[in-house]
Design a binder for this molecule. Structure first.
Ligand code: C2O
Length: 600
């Protein structure tokens, strides 16, 4: 044998041994050790796992490909071509365009610079890949798990949560029920670990800033709850909610601030421990105000984000289908209080306000779960406001959108949005508490006369060629700016207003995803003396939670029908929109800004 062929045969022998090692573990052990062995394999060859899977793409995943086979064929011709537009692919109407992550193609996530963890959030997959479709609806007469606000719970109940989280933290690192593994599930769906299915494999999935936001997090907390209940031997255990929208809940729940508890987390802003009142409109430079004033701000703020946001696009986020770019439009409550509370909890002195202040680490803080339990509750409340508001449930693509989670028995389960809509079918409900914000309708800060004078002088100067600089888009938000926006319809009838919401639509471009950015939006306000968050002129805030390192774009929608009514501006041809950068000046631009009428 020549030295070359000796090297070659040793190499092949090694491959065979490796192959055997993996296979014997697979055959001779329980599912769990299989997962362990496989994860070890993946960990060793991380980055190559795409390759490992692609050879099995068709054969190893009957579940994955079969369900799609009816509409998969047209894609083959496009394979490998970049920048395919959805319209060139989806020519037929009845083809599903539901989003479904290609879990076998999971890759490293995109992290901000100076990230404090590695970019590997992919869950360990069982080998061979076995996926179960979700069917475990609650039995009609079974007791429901009741999620309660933490401020109404006793030590005994909270001890169960503590115990469950302590057990999760103690499980082996590669057990899917392990605490960090759970946090990584959130990371992988938020920071671009999963590509879309072909032919759009170049597009990464993001469950924020779109209509996936509420259903994804509902499923995520649902499985977390099942795992936790199973680990403490109480299948009726329900993840409590942190009701930062009720007056008693407006501080960090004390259980989370006890350094001896598993609910404690070291990466939090030490200034915000109880009894400090949460600021639902928080930003890093916020000055603290009196407690009473803060509560007032918070309630008015909640009213705007929940009651005034009365169309699905404004409240839930934008339509997001297979083939679409991620982050089409962000919902009102997702912006704030969701993003703002994330940042309020995280450490202000870390570059991305880790852990809660950025998505790749957020779910490592135990307070993430009650925070999202509350958001899930607010989704349900929003749907029932005004005698029932319309969400996306007529849209098949929304209903068919899919996610994957491990259950308490270590099964990998595929779920869709359709099955998430009725929480009773998932076996849980929320204990209702008062909604103190429900009547906190904002008042104008000035009289009608003052507003009109201000507006008239602004409009006059905007028509004077000597003093005006024409607003050019994209508009870099590096300082306060007021823009005159035309209203295509004025003095709409009552019926028109009932049917359509008047919406201020802002295209957000060049958003530096790795940076903290916040700007406030005011309508018919005084640029020199902008109104506070409890006033009608303050219509909303755009605030970002750092996502990755690229520049991104999205849309920001604000419902203004009611605001224009309060400001007595319904007859006006224009509105004056003032954009006030608060944090991250110059790190975001506005691509366009206009008024649209969106059916309710
Ligand atoms: Cu997926 Cu509160 O974040």
């Amino acid at each position: 044998m020549s030295p070359f062929s000796r090297v070659l045969s040793t190499f092949f022998a090694l491959i065979i041994v490796l192959f055997f090692l993996i296979n014997t573990t697979t055959i001779s052990s329980s599912l769990f050790t299989k997962i362990n062995a496989f994860s070890h394999f993946l960990a060793t060859f991380h980055g190559k796992n795409n390759h490992h899977y692609s050879s099995n793409d068709q054969t190893d995943q009957p579940n994955l490909s079969l369900r799609r086979s009816t509409w998969r064929n047209p894609f083959i011709a496009f394979k490998g071509i970049n920048d395919i537009s959805p319209s060139s692919v989806f020519t037929k109407k009845n083809i599903s365009r539901a989003i479904s992550p290609d879990i076998a193609k999971c890759g490293p996530v995109e992290l901000p610079p100076n990230a404090i963890t590695l970019p590997y959030c992919c869950p360990i997959l069982p080998s061979p890949l076995k996926i179960i479709d979700f069917k475990e609806f609650a039995k009609p007469n079974a007791p429901l798990r009741v999620r309660k606000p933490i401020h109404l719970l006793d030590d005994e109940y909270m001890a169960k949560l503590e115990k469950g989280i302590a057990i999760m933290k103690s499980l082996p690192e590669n057990d899917p029920r392990n605490y960090i593994q759970q946090a990584k599930v959130h990371c992988v769906y938020c920071n671009g670990g999963y590509p879309q299915k072909p032919p759009f494999q170049n597009l990464k999935i993001d469950i924020h800033r779109s209509w996936l936001f509420y259903p994804f997090h509902r499923w995520y907390i649902y499985f977390f709850e099942r795992i936790l209940g199973n680990l403490i031997g109480d299948p009726n255990f329900a993840v409590p909610y942190w009701s930062w929208d009720s007056i008693e809940g407006m501080q960090m729940p004390k259980y989370f601030a006890n350094p001896n508890s598993s609910l404690y987390h070291h990466l939090r802003d030490p200034r915000h421990l109880p009894p400090y009142i949460v600021d639902l409109n928080y930003h890093v430079n916020a000055e603290s105000t009196t407690q009473d004033q803060q509560v007032k701000y918070n309630l008015a703020f909640m009213y705007k984000q929940m009651v005034l946001a009365d169309t699905k696009e404004v409240f839930m986020g934008g339509v997001y289908r297979h083939g679409d770019q991620a982050q089409p439009a962000i919902g009102s409550v997702e912006l704030a209080p969701h993003n703002t509370v994330h940042k309020w909890v995280g450490r202000a002195d870390l570059p991305s306000q880790e852990d809660m202040g950025t998505f790749y680490t957020a779910a490592r803080d135990p307070i993430f779960y009650p925070h999202h339990s509350n958001l899930d509750r607010l989704w349900g409340i929003w749907t029932s406001l005004d005698g029932g508001r319309k969400d996306y449930r007529d849209d098949q693509d929304w209903l068919d959108s899919e996610f994957f989670f491990y259950d308490e028995n270590l099964n990998l389960v595929r779920v869709n949005i359709r099955d998430s809509l009725d929480t009773k079918k998932l076996g849980y409900v929320y204990e209702e508490v008062e909604l103190p914000w429900l009547n906190a309708s904002p008042k104008p800060s000035r009289s009608k006369l003052q507003r009109q004078e201000k507006k008239a002088s602004l409009l006059a100067s905007s028509q004077d060629p000597m003093t005006t600089t024409i607003t050019k888009f994209p508009l870099v938000l590096d300082s306060k700016v007021s823009v005159v926006v035309n209203r295509p319809k004025k003095l709409r009838s009552k019926l028109e207003k009932e049917r359509e919401e008047e919406v201020l639509v802002m295209e957000i471009v060049d958003l530096h995803s790795d940076k903290d950015v916040k700007f406030d939006v005011h309508v018919d306000d005084d640029e020199e003396m902008l109104s506070g968050p409890d006033k009608a002129e303050f219509v909303g805030t755009f605030t970002s939670v750092p996502h990755g390192s690229h520049k991104s774009k999205t849309k920001y929608l604000v419902a203004i029908s009611k605001v224009l009514e309060i400001l007595e501006a319904e007859e006006d041809e224009n509105i004056v929109v003032t954009l006030a950068p608060i944090v991250g000046k110059g790190l975001v631009s506005i691509g366009s800004i206009m008024v649209e009428y969106i059916p309710k």
